[in-house]
Design a protein around this ligand. Structure first.
Ligand code: ZN
Length: 432
């Protein structure tokens, strides 16, 4: 089944023509309404009328995550606040996070795109969707929520956490579709088994998983544990949220990117040069229909490869291979994207903390764990009463990490220069 037959199966030529028209409209929009883009396009000697073909795209400067932060909070918005109906944001402190906005039409577009994903996974109005993506400031949960309602299926807005209750509702409500991060799905399976619940006897038929790097090994484990088909969904919070690309039921052949709304390129992450179609590189996205927060040539940091061979499902949109690595230092911990620089910025604000720290990411069962080793002043270890102060610092670190980054690390405070010899500030022991 295809949700929007007309656009999802548009012949390539017509699709390219539509992309060019929408690219030109987007450039006009940002040039005239976003000071940052007027400046960056002018500096590159580009006027919106100067882009006459999709090949001209590589003349346009990139937009990076730093540009988003540099314009915190609302500097890149293209419409006045009176036209905005929703705000989402990434984690982080002031100036270290990004804010995303949506007009009513943007929400409708997003709703349609997540509806397309659900239909591509075979979901119909007869299904009950257990949505365990996090609801809140991050756009994960709400994106799929509206798409589910759009196609007339029933949505359980479960959000993440509260695992015991999730298992209860999986049994009592009989959902047929599970949406979550892959690691949380595995966690549910393990917890269910530990409680003596046979997860294969649930009504679940298919699952849509994403927001983390995950491999086919994990996919096999999820399919085996629940006895379901496990499909991959792709999104970028800054671009919209989940629903930029998704797999169809034709197999493990990559995710269709909704090219009528997003223009995708592959570049060499070191040089920024465009790569031939099909080469592995960093994916760069341009939003083609967004009103409130359009992004031009946004560097995703995700390394993947585009597949241009036609798909048996009939969709003409190009596919991307699952993302297995990044070209920057972003970590995804329990579905939340975190940069070491954000950890550093938080630590710098805490009195008594020294410059060096080490972040160790691992897994306990299916879930990510974080350990944070932090150097603090010598005096705390020498002075009488130092223990109390150490406890206070530790408490503050835990609280700030939770408040600003939504992670709960186990904190260990160490003496100065203990960590200097360590190989790296971040150690990621996880396999995907
Ligand atoms: Zn397909």
């Amino acid at each position: 089944m295809i949700y929007n037959e007309e656009f999802e199966t548009l012949p390539r030529e017509a699709l390219k023509a539509l992309q060019l028209k929408r690219l030109q409209q987007t450039l006009q929009r940002v040039y005239h309404t976003v000071g940052y883009y007027k400046k960056s396009l002018s500096a590159a000697g580009i006027s919106p009328q100067g882009i006459g073909s999709l090949q001209d795209l590589n003349k346009i400067p990139f937009t990076t995550r730093d540009d988003l932060r540099g314009n915190y909070p609302f500097g890149l918005f293209s419409v006045p606040m009176s036209n905005i109906v929703r705000l989402h944001a990434s984690t982080g402190t002031s100036g270290r996070s990004s804010v995303f906005s949506y007009t009513r039409r943007d929400i409708e577009t997003w709703t349609e795109l997540t509806a397309r994903c659900l239909v591509a996974a075979g979901v119909t109005k007869n299904d009950i969707v257990h949505n365990a993506f996090a609801y809140g400031l991050l756009p994960g949960g709400l994106g799929l929520h509206y798409g589910t309602e759009k196609i007339g299926a029933s949505v359980i807005p479960m959000s993440d956490g509260n695992t015991k209750r999730q298992i209860l509702l999986l049994q009592d409500f009989g959902p047929t579709v599970l949406c979550s991060t892959p690691s949380y799905a595995l966690h549910l399976a393990l917890e269910g088994q530990a409680q003596g619940v046979d997860m294969k006897t649930l009504q679940l038929r298919v699952g849509i998983f994403g927001a983390e790097l995950w491999s086919d090994v994990t996919r096999d484990a999820i399919e085996e544990a629940f006895g379901i088909r496990a499909l991959n969904i792709f999104g970028i919070s800054e671009m919209m949220g989940p629903g930029i690309a998704c797999e169809c039921l034709e197999g493990r052949h990559g995710m269709h990117i909704f090219e009528d709304h997003f223009l995708v390129e592959t570049i060499n992450p070191k040089t920024g040069e465009p790569l031939p179609e099909g080469d592995e590189g960093e994916l760069v996205f341009t939003s083609l229909t967004k009103e409130a927060f359009p992004l031009v040539r946004y560097r995703s940091g995700d390394i993947s490869r585009l597949i241009t061979e036609p798909c048996r499902c009939g969709r003409t949109h190009v596919r991307m291979e699952r993302v297995l690595k990044r070209c920057d230092d972003m970590l995804t911990i329990r579905g939340i994207n975190i940069f070491p620089g954000q950890v550093e910025a938080i630590l710098q604000e805490i009195e008594g903390v020294e410059a060096d720290y080490q972040l160790i990411v691992d897994k306990a069962g299916a879930l990510d764990t974080v350990e944070l080793h932090v150097e603090v002043g010598e005096k705390f270890f020498a002075e009488a009463g130092g223990v109390k102060e150490l406890q206070a610092i530790e408490k503050r670190i835990v609280k700030d990490m939770k408040d600003y980054l939504s992670i709960s690390p186990r904190v260990r405070l160490v003496a100065p220069q203990t960590l200097r010899q360590k190989e790296s500030k971040v150690i990621d022991k996880r396999t995907i």
